[in-house]
Design a protein. Structure first.
Length: 245
């Protein structure tokens, strides 16, 4: 299945949920679920590239996840290091751009360096842009963007207004320069967005899937694309006579 229609999605965002339940169902530790989740990331990136998706954004670690048990957080950070060390060169060979959004200050020095190196190596790649949200929270992003926008208005002598905010705020978001997601997928049957890309997903099509993240496959991604193709995206407008036929 390749992207054929002009209205096919350019950007898919994914909340990767269900690693712990996947492991529990098999009598395994949660860390084993996270390890299999990394494999699902690799599969999903390959599948998205094959299907012609231009942007994929993955919710890797939220700012709230620090409250999880210390050993689980430590394992997640270890897997992140492993992914960045083992996959960066492979992503580069496949012309895939990797970037990270979120507050990096809480991450360890070595992880920040690995991220910096990965972004630098892959910055000119054009096949697909893969964005991983780490220590990310949508409310914090909006507050940070609003503060930066307000400071910019003061510096330029511009009177802040709702209209100018609507136009310029996106340029202060962590996703500046990227199109908003067309689809937001959440796995494991949960039906909430958990503080993820609140501005960007205002008009995204939400697709909630029962599949646990470690089991997510190209078939699941193709299902999401087919579901998206059946949706009537109106962005707050009413159906036109043309769209009703």
């Amino acid at each position: 299945m390749q992207r054929m229609k002009d209205n096919s999605p350019k950007h898919i965002a994914i909340i990767m949920d269900g690693n712990g339940r996947w492991a529990q169902a098999r009598g395994l530790t949660r860390t084993m679920g996270h390890r299999q989740g990394v494999e699902a990331v690799k599969r999903s990136v390959r599948a998205a590239a094959e299907l012609g998706i231009e942007y994929v954004t993955l919710f890797g670690f939220s700012s709230e996840n620090w409250s999880r048990p210390a050993d689980e957080v430590g394992e997640l950070m270890r897997l992140l290091r492993m992914y960045l060390r083992s996959e960066t060169a492979e992503l580069h060979r496949n012309n895939i751009r990797l970037q990270v959004i979120g507050d990096r200050e809480a991450l360890s020095d070595d992880i920040r360096e690995l991220i910096k190196n990965a972004e630098s190596l892959t910055k000119d790649n054009t096949a697909i842009t893969v964005t991983i949200a780490l220590n990310y929270g949508g409310r914090h992003e909006l507050l940070h963007a609003a503060s930066a926008w307000a400071k910019d208005c003061v510096a330029k002598g511009i009177e802040p207004s709702v209209e100018s905010a609507e136009e310029y705020m996106p340029s202060f978001l962590m996703t500046a320069g990227m199109p908003d997601p067309d689809i937001l997928i959440r796995t494991s049957g949960e039906q909430r967005i958990s503080n993820f890309m609140l501005w960007q997903c205002s008009y995204a099509e939400f697709i909630f899937m029962d599949t646990l993240w470690p089991d997510f496959s190209k078939d699941d991604l193709e299902f999401a694309l087919k579901e998206y193709a059946q949706r009537d995206r109106r962005f707050g407008a009413i159906k036109t006579a043309h769209s009703e036929h």
